[in-house]
Design a protein around this ligand. Sequence first.
Ligand SMILES: C[S@@+](CC[C@H](N)C(=O)[O-])C[C@H]1O[C@@H](n2cnc3c(N)ncnc32)[C@H](O)[C@@H]1O
Length: 277
Amino acid sequence: MSKLNPLDYPICFAHPLRITHSTWITHVPFAMFLVDVLHPTTLVELGTNWGVSYCAFCQAIKSLNVDCRSYAVDTWRGDPHSGPFGDEVLNDLRKHHDPLYGGFSRLVQSTFDDALPHFPDKSIDLLHIDGYHTYEAVKNDFDNWLPKVSNRGIILFHDVNVRERDFGVWKLWQELKSIYPNFEFAHGHGLGMIAVGTEYNHALDMFFNESEELRCIKDFFYQLGVNVENKYTINMQKAQLQSLAAQLAEKEEKLAGKEDEVNTYQQQLQNIRNSRL
Ligand SMILES: C[S@@+](CC[C@H](N)C(=O)[O-])C[C@H]1O[C@@H](n2cnc3c(N)ncnc32)[C@H](O)[C@@H]1O
């Protein structure tokens, strides 16, 4: 089996340009690494929301100058798990995405089912499924989109390690693991990867067989992911601190104004008292 050293793919250390709150955040370094390993010609994401995962793929495609067409499919209306939302999410994403990635990538506002006929069979090299997470929904997405995946195709599933409410990706994942070469991160709600064609980059075989090296690689990507998450948390806290400091300065200014008023009233009172003596 050929060895695959993540250090040969320094894109995994890149600072992500699009980071907002998302349970995907700790998988960003792996997403960038995977783009470098696969050099996909067509990438499709089902479920994009604020675009943390999608923009990680796009950033790697652009930085590495990969000849790839990329598509994000989402209604940008939400689902029972992510909750409903309005135009603000897509508008915010467009502002970031279009100037940076508009040359090779499209944000397709559509249901997954409606988008399906627009993609030829066996055309997608990297498919990321991250839509509605019930067993029925994710199975429907997988069954519908599998014929669209190429012989070198890789499919990613998010939330394979969520055992709450009616999340059922884990159940589909159990079924797929017995059929396809597979690999799974347990952190960040779980990210599963399967190779569905025979012509995938066999450097990935290292991911599909348990070994001590694989355990080190898992930990390596976990630590990189935690680092990205910590940076995000620190930036959020800095922004919060700045906003609190601005509020404090405003309140201190108001207080100083009130103190001046009190001093003036006290002076007037004293004058009145003095005039009565
Ligand atoms: C979990 S979020 C995606 C998270 C994203 N990948 C990230 O990096 O944070 C799921 C998204 O899938 C979309 N969605 C769910 N079912 C859909 C469907 N059948 N068609 C289109 N969009 C769908 C929702 O609108 C929501 O934005």
